[in-house]
Design a protein around this ligand. Structure first.
Ligand SMILES: *Cc1c(COP(=O)(O)O)cnc(C)c1O
Length: 452
């Protein structure tokens, strides 16, 4: 650190960042307007350790959202660091067309094994949106290779989020991200009703809502199944929609309808995979397998950009031919990067060495206990949890509530970034009882201060 800048190093970095960096998903003016209700703080981070982030002025923040859902085992993890140091001394990168290497082979084998061998081939990219693009192109191209090019329509659920490149926006239903670019979207997906458990009537269960949403899917497929390529869904939890949770019954029924009407089921587990919902993959809770599975975010424990699409061999086989044009001619420069694959292998090692899924059951119970006092508050609606995701909605008319809460949480040493009036915890899988108590107390204090 620069000792001369020590008294207000944060302010120094903040000014330089605002002058040179265009931050994602941000109205940059909100960073500049300190003191306004819409003010969004920008915090220069000096280092991370475990579940905590430290700024340049020595303040610390518990990473309650796993740095946008990517970080599974905390910051600067010794075993991940060691694996990457080894890899960087061996092979940092080689193109994956015409070449292959140990990390990408081992990772592909292990991911296929985690699907019980059902999804036998792995195709790589560097971010979630690209994985979604790949899955959509693969689905359409599979039908084309099978002589059915009319199957070109995609289905998604209300509130779905699958990324922000133009193709991924076509299957995304979040107006704030989509509307400005609607004229650019060539083949917008059909949006179908969500099985959101909050829609349950007084005498209904979440499974009833799931059956209703599945009936709407069937109504659509009965008429349009012949020109539909795939249904893309976020299994069990629609993250960006506001941690919308639903019953696994929907996955079971959707799987059966996809089989019946011959359309692909694409599971986007970019946010919910890797133990987040309690099982390694969320779709396991319905006892089903998708045709295409998109993974990213936690796949490398938040270390390096990596995404993968796993597909069934029946899909892979339709691309095998003497004609080059029948091949999947898609690539990214960093496809299958060895460092990113090594981080992903080290991530899988931690899952087995530390028996993470079992340890998370206790953490999930502690999170449930921390949610209880908040759930009892009069302004809190729909407290909900699925494994290591805890969420609730807040009743308020204040248009600046989410900013007020976010700032107040930071003042209470916690990074908890609401989506609208929905507050959630999605912490790394290393939080201990004290961290969880801190998360609960910081949320309670921030809520009181934001609602005042
Ligand atoms: C984050 C996310 C994406 C997009 O991933 P990026 O790496 O941000 O492009 C896609 N789908 C879901 C469900 C996500 O949560």
């Amino acid at each position: 650190m620069n000792p001369r800048a020590a008294p207000s190093a944060n302010a120094d970095w903040l000014a330089r960042s605002l002058a040179a960096v265009w931050h994602p998903c941000t109205q940059m003016r909100h960073h500049a307007q300190a003191g306004e209700p819409s003010h969004l703080p920008l915090i220069p981070i000096a280092r991370g350790s475990g579940a905590w982030l430290y700024d340049f002025d020595g303040r610390r923040y518990l990473d309650g959202v796993s740095s946008w859902w990517t970080n599974l085992f905390g910051h600067a993890h010794p075993r991940l660091n060691r694996a990457l140091r080894d890899q960087i001394e061996t092979l940092e990168h080689v193109m994956l067309a015409g070449f292959t290497h140990q990390p990408v082979i081992e990772l592909s084998e292990r991911l296929a094994a985690l699907t019980g061998g059902v999804l036998g081939h792995a195709f790589y990219a560097s971010d979630g949106a690209s994985a979604v693009e790949i899955a959509l192109k693969m689905s359409f191209h599979t039908w084309r290779n099978r002589g059915r090019p009319e199957k070109r329509e995609f289905l998604c659920l209300a509130g779905s989020y699958h990324g922000e490149t133009v193709g991924a926006l076509a299957v995304t239903d979040v107006a704030l991200f989509k509307d400005a670019y609607a004229p650019l979207i060539g083949n917008p997906a059909r949006v179908l009703p969500t099985p959101d458990a909050r829609l349950a009537g007084p005498n209904e269960t979440p499974a009833d809502v799931a059956r209703r949403a599945a009936a709407a899917l069937e109504d659509h497929l009965r008429e349009h199944g012949g020109r539909t390529a795939a249904l893309i869904i976020e299994p069990l939890v629609q993250g960006a929609a506001g941690m919308v949770m639903y019953d696994p019954e929907y996955l079971r029924l959707a799987r059966a309808l996809c089989d019946q009407y011959e359309i692909h089921l694409i599971c986007d587990e970019i946010a919910v995979g890797y133990g987040r919902t309690g099982t390694f993959f969320a779709h396991e809770q319905a006892g089903i397998r998708p045709d295409l599975l998109c993974l990213s975010k936690g796949i490398s424990s938040g270390y390096l950009p990596l995404s993968v699409v796993l597909c069934r061999d029946a899909i892979y086989d339709t691309f095998l031919d003497d004609a080059t044009a029948r091949a999947f001619l898609h690539s990214h420069s960093y496809t299958g990067n060895p460092l990113a694959c090594r981080a992903a292998l080290a991530t899988l090692d931690i899952f087995t060495e530390d028996d993470v899924l079992t340890a998370n059951q206790r953490r999930a119970e502690q999170l449930a206990a921390a949610l209880e006092p908040l759930a009892a508050r009069p302004e809190v609606r729909h407290p909900r949890q699925r494994g290591m995701i805890v969420a609730f909605d807040v009743m308020t008319d204040d248009p600046h509530f989410s900013r007020r809460f976010y700032r107040a949480a930071l003042d209470n040493a916690a990074l908890i970034r609401p989506i609208g009036n929905m507050i959630y915890w999605m912490p790394p899988y290393i939080v201990d009882a004290a961290d969880i108590a801190h998360l609960g107390a910081a949320t309670e204090r921030a809520l009181e201060s934001a609602l005042r």
